[in-house]
Each structure stands twice: as structure tokens, then as C-alpha cells.
Design a protein around this ligand. Structure first.
Ligand SMILES: C[S@@+](CC[C@H](N)C(=O)[O-])C[C@H]1O[C@@H](n2cnc3c(N)ncnc32)[C@H](O)[C@@H]1O
Length: 388
């Protein structure tokens, strides 16, 4: 049997080559636990407002069907949010990249998605470096997304496979994030790392400030940087919130994506007319849109989950499929300050107005750790060797 570094070396050789059918994936956590988390979220009590049963952010992308639905949504002309985010990314990144002070950095992408943005970032980070001196760690909860995103990210780039370590884990889980930091330190030592959370992914989390605090606090060392991309709104009022909801409601592909998880993991008969987009203004910080699936059949439905257990889904009850936000400039400033992250620089796409007067766009912000907490090593037992 081939073991240890010799085995890894041979594995790298097998993975290399443009026509290799293989992709590597380091699984960072117990998938059966994730499965039971999703089931218990669907057993939450009755709520007419989308505050009971829900699909947590990562699970929207978990299976093959959801991954494909996301890929289609990203290129939908009627869903400008992600399409514009992807198309305008290279230009915004060019300005940010100049502020990375020329330091060679490794790259850890939290939520790789379709991989185009990672390709743009890697292309810049590899310039002027020895082949093999750049480590790329794409991280995603969805194995299908990870495979697809990694392939797209590496297309046309001549990165040796030994420097590519895709990791499947839930970055909303603090234990997993601490383990990720240990893994990255095993891979790169003290060399500086650029982390990213792009595509307005942060806005999908109920406690967005808590997630950013946890990620920057657990991952960033003084020499590291964090690239955050979020959606922006020029105004925070009811009209703007309705415009934001309309942006999502107008895309049939987005509706297919957002219902794909309940289609895959329950036996619910999906009626697209039952997908509702509920706009609101969240304090003085963001426009918020909750996308819910409402039982409008007039009677109680019994949902069957993949473990064959049944869940009552009464008339009027909802399943929250997704939460999203667009932040005001002041709201974003407060979010960053509350998360204890210091802004190095920021670029904004032009603010477009889609269905009304309000300007919407994307901000790309480069962050560094603020305060002393970032210097502390995470307190826990040493990580197991992922290849052991
Ligand atoms: C909105 S997409 C953004 C994709 C990409 N970063 C971009 O900007 O185009 C969110 C991505 O994050 C992943 N994701 C969402 N929640 C996650 C979680 N809790 N843990 C790991 N990955 C997650 C999804 O699978 C998806 O690939």
C-alpha cells in the first residue's frame, strides 16, 4: 500500500493534467449531521412571516439540482444582481489588488460558487511567482459547487494541483472555521493569506454581523486580509425595499434556484405562485428581502423529509427559502465596525436603477483585523492531519 507523502505525491500526479477527470475534496465535517440540521429546520413551528421553518443558507446550494439551478440563475438576464456582480468584478478587483501592497498571498475562497471571481483573483495573485508557490483553498458546503467552481477557477491558469486544496465545510460553524484556520496554517505556515466572502453571501445570514465577527476573528492573523463583497442601496425606504424585492421576483431562474432545495429534500408539490418576496427596511442599515414558500392550498399538507419522517405544513404556514439584503453606506460601515474589522480600501460598482429610482450596486471591501484578538491563536486541541 502507498502511504504518507509518497501517496500524496502520486495522487498529485494523477490529478494533474488538463484532461484529468478527478477533483480532490477534503471533507471537513460529518455530512449526516448537516442532514439532520436541515431536517430539524423544516420541523420548526408555524409562522406566517417566514420565521419558523427554513432552509439555511448553505443548504440552498447543497445538491446537484440546486447547484445547476444556481448556475442558471447567475446567467439570467432577468436576475441582474449576480450577473452584474460577476461581470463587473474584474474591474473592481483590479483597484483593490493594487492595495495589497505587493505581498505574495495564498488564497482561501469562502463560498466559491461558479468560480469566475476566483479565477480573476488567482490570475493576479500568481503574477511574478514561482509555479507552486501559491496555495488555493476553495471552501464550499456544496460538493457539486466545489467541483464546478474549482474547475472554472483553474481554467486557463497553470496552477500545479498540489497547491489546490478544496474543502467542503460549513463556514457558519465556528468549530469548522477554527479547523479551517489550522489546515491553512499547516499548508502555508506564517505566509500571508487573502480570504474572501463574495457575491453578497454575507447578506443571506440572519445574523450577518455575528458571522463576519466570527470569520474575521477566527481566521485573520495580522498579516492576512479579508475581501468582502456586498450589495448596496443608495436609499433605505419602503419604495426601495419593494424595488429590491421586484429585482428577485422578476427572475424565473432565481425562483427555480430558490425552490430547488425543498424540491430535492421534501415531497412538496412546488407551485411557483406560492413563492413570495417580502420586502422590509431593517433598522437604519439595510433593505431586506425574505423569500418564503407559503402553503396556499387551503388545507394542511404533510411534508415527507428524506428520512421518511412527516412534517405538518398547515395552510398559511411558510418555509423561509432565502434572506437577502442591500446595505446602505452607513449600514455597511456599522456592520464592519461591529464585526471588529478595519477597512483598508473599498470599490463600488456604479449604482444602477432597475425598476425604480433607487440606485443599487455592489461594494468590494478589503479588510484587515482590528484589535488584539486577531493576534491570538485559536484555543482548541491540535487539528488532525487531514491526510492521515
Ligand atoms: C451567493 S453564492 C456566491 C458565489 C461566489 N462567491 C460569487 O460571488 O460568485 C454563495 C456561495 O457560498 C456557498 N455557501 C453558502 N453558505 C455556505 C456555508 N454556510 N458554508 C459554506 N459554503 C456556503 C454556496 O454554496 C455558494 O457557492
Amino acid at each position: 500500500m502507498t502511504t504518507g507523502s509518497r501517496g500524496l505525491h502520486r495522487l498529485e500526479a494523477a490529478l494533474s493534467g488538463w484532461d484529468s477527470p478527478w477533483s480532490l475534496c477534503v471533507v471537513g465535517e460529518d455530512q449526516s449531521q448537516k442532514f439532520s440540521q436541515m431536517s430539524s429546520a423544516l420541523r420548526e413551528p408555524y409562522s406566517e412571516t417566514g420565521d419558523g421553518k427554513y432552509i439555511a443558507s448553505g443548504f440552498s446550494y447543497w445538491g446537484v439540482a440546486s447547484t445547476m439551478a444556481w448556475v442558471h440563475a447567475c446567467s439570467d438576464l432577468f436576475y441582474p444582481v449576480m450577473r452584474e456582480s460577476i461581470e463587473s468584478f474584474a474591474q473592481r478587483w483590479r483597484q483593490i489588488a493594487g492595495e495589497l501592497d505587493g505581498t505574495p498571498r495564498h488564497y482561501v475562497s469562502l463560498g466559491t460558487g461558479t468560480g469566475q471571481k476566483d479565477q480573476t483573483i488567482l490570475d493576479r495573485l500568481r503574477q511574478g511567482r514561482e509555479p507552486g508557490s501559491l496555495t488555493y483553498v476553495p471552501v464550499d458546503v456544496s460538493p457539486e459547487m466545489l467541483r464546478l467552481g474549482q474547475r472554472e477557477a483553474l481554467r486557463h491558469l497553470d496552477l500545479p494541483m498540489g497547491g489546490v486544496v478544496p474543502v467542503q465545510l460549513d463556514f457558519a460553524n465556528v468549530r469548522s472555521v477554527r479547523e479551517l484556520r489550522r489546515l491553512v496554517e499547516h499548508l502555508v505556515g506564517d505566509e500571508p493569506v487573502l480570504y474572501s466572502l463574495l457575491g453578497n453571501t454575507l447578506a443571506n445570514f440572519t445574523d450577518d454581523t455575528g458571522l463576519l465577527t466570527m470569520l474575521t476573528g477566527s481566521l485573520l492573523r495580522p498579516q492576512d486580509r479579508f475581501l468582502l463583497e456586498v450589495a448596496r442601496s443608495a436609499a433605505l425606504d419602503e419604495d426601495a425595499a419593494h424595488e429590491a424585492a421586484r429585482e428577485y421576483r422578476s427572475s424565473p431562474r432565481f425562483a427555480e434556484f430558490v425552490t430547488s432545495a425543498i424540491m430535492e429534500y421534501t415531497d412538496l408539490h412546488i407551485d411557483m405562485a406560492s413563492v413570495e418576496y417580502e420586502p422590509s427596511v431593517e433598522d437604519d442599515r439595510a433593505l431586506k428581502v425574505k423569500v418564503v414558500y407559503r402553503n396556499r392550498t387551503g388545507e394542511q399538507v404533510l411534508l415527507t423529509l428524506p428520512d421518511r419522517s412527516g412534517v405538518e405544513f398547515p395552510d398559511g404556514d411558510t418555509i423561509r427559502l432565502l434572506t437577502t439584503r442591500k446595505y446602505s453606506a452607513a449600514g455597511l460601515g456599522k456592520l464592519l465596525a461591529d464585526a471588529g474589522a478595519a477597512e483598508v480600501t473599498r470599490t463600488s460598482s456604479g449604482l444602477h436603477s432597475g425598476f425604480g429610482e433607487t440606485g443599487f450596486g455592489m461594494d468590494l471591501v478589503l479588510l484587515r483585523p482590528a484589535g488584539e484578538a486577531a493576534d491570538e491563536a485559536p484555543a482548541e486541541v491540535p487539528a488532525p492531519n487531514p491526510f492521515g
